[in-house]
Design a protein around this ligand. Structure first.
Ligand SMILES: O=P(O)(O)OC[C@H]1O[C@@H](O)[C@H](O)[C@@H](O)[C@@H]1O
Length: 332
């Protein structure tokens, strides 16, 4: 298999000033929408990913054929304080309205910085394209959430095009106080037609229904399909979830570590129309499946660190007598 092409040659054309030094030769810093800076990771063949420093947010992930796998709204606003609509916003230190902070916390609308000297992470030596970002609270942040922390995010593109995000959150309080938070990788997948999509792995799970005042229910029946608005937090969800796109004959496999829950969200038509940064019909071509820690907040004592990982892969769907064989995807 051909290795990734170093980004060095492309960088001169993409930006006028010399590229900032990044530890991986397959990562470069360029200007993105509204002049905001983004990192481009280049993997093998045409695989690539883009990460904005604003929000520490992945906004693009492309496969071997250069096809976009994540949804990014055509109406996304790349201007603080609005979070970018699409990609993988990071919800921290609060998921949704589970607390007193703004919806989904503040990490998604802060400027992160490149961390050129992160503490070591066990790495797969085959991964060449990666970037490390860091977020620390500002004086203003400490007024709304009075806890000192270091949030390190590594985004990497594996040799087969898998995208992985590893978050490490450390309590750096010097006053001896622990803190608690909820968290989600708010992943927006690009799908061909939401009515043709099934989610496998969450059947029979308990969930909190955000559309019914967070009341608890148990999922009935088969795989999850979509015919109206959905906003559910599946509790103690399995570590692998499959999103099967019949029309595209593509299956996304979501693998999560350290994140017990999984949120499934599609705003459907009415909510879509009510969102300023989302096209009226765009609900048809997206689905959020969000590895999360919602029901039980994570608590860290000073000096303690938590790690939560998300790995995304996109594989061709396999059919067996016209039916998908999810076991191949979830256990294979
Ligand atoms: O518009 P926002 O703040 O990005 O949130 C979008 C959605 O995010 C989902 O994760 C929540 O479960 C929904 O309740 C919410 O509407």
């Amino acid at each position: 298999m051909a290795g990734p092409a170093p980004a060095v040659a492309a960088s001169a054309a993409a930006s006028q000033s010399p590229p900032m030094q990044l530890p991986s030769p397959f990562a470069e810093l360029v200007k993105g929408s509204s002049g905001l800076e983004k990192i481009v990771l280049r993997g093998a063949r045409n695989c690539c990913a883009e990460i904005y420093l604003y929000g520490g947010q992945v906004t693009s992930w492309k496969n071997d054929n250069g096809e976009e796998l994540l949804f990014l709204s055509s109406k996304a606003i790349f201007k603080p304080p609005k979070a970018i609509r699409g990609g993988i916003p990071i919800c921290f230190p609060q998921f949704g309205t589970h607390g007193n902070l703004e919806q989904h916390g503040f990490a998604r609308n802060r400027f992160w910085t490149i961390d050129n000297n992160p503490p070591p992470l066990p790495v797969n030596p085959a991964i060449k394209a990666y970037v490390d970002l860091i977020l620390k609270p500002s004086e203003e942040d400490l007024k709304i959430w009075p806890h000192s922390f270091e949030f390190r995010l590594r985004v990497s593109l594996g040799p087969s095009g898998d995208l992985s995000l590893t978050s490490r959150i450390r309590n750096t309080n010097t006053d001896g106080r622990p803190f608690s938070y909820t968290f989600a990788y708010h992943t927006y997948f690009s799908v061909s037609d939401i009515s043709e999509v099934r989610v496998e792995g969450l059947e029979t799970m308990d969930y909190l229904d955000n559309l019914k005042a967070k009341e608890r229910f148990t999922e009935q029946g088969d795989a999850i399909v979509f015919e109206s608005e959905v906003d559910k937090v599946y509790l103690a969800a399995p570590s692998k979830i499959a999103i099967i796109d019949h029309e595209k004959k593509r299956t996304f496999v979501v693998t999560k570590e350290g994140l017990p829950d999984a949120v499934v969200w599609n705003p459907w038509d009415k909510k879509a129309k009510a969102m300023q940064d989302f096209g009226d019909a765009e609900y048809k071509s997206m689905l959020c499946v969000e590895p999360a820690a919602v029901e039980r907040p994570i608590t860290l004592k000073p000096g303690e660190e938590w790690k939560g990982r998300l790995v995304l892969s996109a594989v061709p769907s396999s059919y067996c007598s016209g039916q998908l064989d999810p076991s191949k995807v979830l256990q294979g």
